[in-house]
Design a protein around this ligand. Structure first.
Ligand SMILES: Cc1cc2nc3c(=O)[nH]c(=O)nc-3n(C[C@H](O)[C@H](O)[C@H](O)COP(=O)(O)O)c2cc1C
Length: 180
């Protein structure tokens, strides 16, 4: 059943904190690859409608399973605007920027580090697709975003990495192309 949502219902319906926690937990699971010993991807969240979570921008700390709020309520406009103006990133319940520590990856793996960071982001995205579907939600990977604007919005220094991938999760609009 896993499909990419074309857009999300942007109304009042929220996702629960338990659903978000389950999705974040899968992003922290180890995955099997010869380069996967060290992790290079960091998740930032644009929380729009999550029960019990103040709308805003958060950094996810996987070791402690904690969210640290780093921004306030303009995150909906920011998520869509930074995602090349794609409204689905604002209509979702939660959108993500995955940032990657490219410098550390290059130190560990040489030129291949750049590719491995993208593999890791892709693997996390596919796990989030499946988790969202299993929880009755929908998801869309977002490869179109304004790199430098995202890096500035998140206050990333080059040493902290740069944006690699965007993602959105929420209640999908009906997709008339699909039949059960
Ligand atoms: C890496 C990646 C980037 C994507 N970027 C976008 C995007 O920027 N906007 C969008 O609407 N969909 C985006 N998608 C969703 C694709 O359009 C979708 O995966 C593709 O049409 C295949 O459909 P499916 O995922 O339902 O199999 C992206 C998907 C992936 C995996």
């Amino acid at each position: 059943m896993r499909r990419s949502a074309l857009d999300f219902l942007g109304g009042m319906q929220s996702m629960s904190l338990a659903q978000l926690s389950a999705i974040l937990a899968v992003t922290a699971q180890p995955f099997s690859a010869d380069f996967a010993g060290a992790r290079f991807i960091q998740l930032y969240l644009y929380a729009h409608r999550v029960d019990g979570l103040q709308p805003g921008v958060y950094r996810f700390w996987p070791e402690r399973a904690e969210l640290e709020q780093i921004g306030v309520k303009t995150q909906r406009v920011a998520a869509a605007g930074l995602s090349l103006g794609q409204e689905l990133a604002g209509n979702a319940c939660v959108a993500f920027s995955m940032t990657g520590d490219l410098e550390r990856a290059a130190r560990a793996h040489g030129d291949r580090g750049y590719r491995y960071v993208h593999f890791e982001a892709g693997a996390i995205g596919q796990c989030m697709y499946l988790a969202a579907e299993a929880l009755g939600l929908g998801a869309t990977g977002i490869g179109a975003f304004y790199d430098e604007k995202v890096n500035r919005y998140l206050n990333l220094t080059p040493e902290q990495g740069q944006v690699i991938y965007h993602f959105a999760i929420g209640y999908p609009v009906p997709d008339l192309r699909l039949r059960a």
